[in-house]
Design a protein. Structure first.
Length: 216
């Protein structure tokens, strides 16, 4: 049986801040993917750290990700980079260049299955999601995040990487079902995801991963 290594790389949205461990999307993938595609021996690693920006992620990329020789690395970063507080804020310019560095390092990372992506890691880019601007504790705002979302979409196109536009998916919930349904996607702070928010994202990433590994 072929082993497939997937690294979930990011901040608290990847880690699973404020929800039970089995709700966070890496844990759900580790349980569900072997059921959906039992021909693969799935190895899923959660490498999310609360409060992290692309600056810190860039520094730990080698030790936390590249050394695992992943087949796919899902990158979800940007909420903290766009933060209003001085300790976390990274300019759009720095964010873009940090992301470029990580994408290029991942694309150069060899794994042991030449049949998948030519034997190199495939970055799966994920746009940072919007927030609930009216909540008491939004440390960022949707209009600020949109700049970082646009950068992710641009980089996905430039590097030919698959992308999941979770920003669009969450916003569509609001447009189709109203503010209450949108608000229910978040915890009390209007930033971190509730169980419902993880449900929306999980459906997107599971579908994308099964498509990408269909012929592995």
């Amino acid at each position: 049986m072929k082993e497939f290594r997937l690294v979930a790389f990011g901040d608290s949205l990847t880690y699973g801040y404020g929800v039970l461990s089995h709700v966070a999307y890496p844990s759900r993938l580790a349980k569900a993917l072997p059921e959906k595609n039992p021909s693969i021996r799935w190895k899923v690693y959660n490498r999310g750290i609360n409060g992290e920006t692309t600056r810190e992620a860039k520094q730990r990329l080698d030790s936390n990700v590249l050394r695992l020789k992943p087949h796919i690395t899902a990158i979800l970063l940007g909420s903290n980079d766009s933060a209003l507080n001085e300790g976390q804020y990274r300019t759009p310019w720095e964010y873009e260049h940090n992301m470029m560095f990580m994408i290029e390092q991942l694309l150069a990372c060899r794994h042991d299955a030449k049949a998948f992506n030519g034997g190199y890691c495939l970055p799966l880019l994920i746009t940072p999601p919007p927030v609930v601007d009216t909540d008491f504790y939004p440390f960022t705002t949707t209009d600020r995040i949109e700049l970082y979302r646009d950068i992710v979409l641009k980089l996905a196109k430039s590097y030919g990487c698959p992308v999941i536009d979770v920003y669009k998916a969450f916003w569509e919930v609001k447009e189709k079902n109203g503010f209450e349904a949108y608000d229910a996607l978040f915890q009390f702070d209007g930033v971190h995801w509730s169980n419902a928010g993880y449900d929306v994202f999980y459906a997107l990433i599971e579908k994308k991963l099964l498509e990408l590994t269909e012929n592995f």
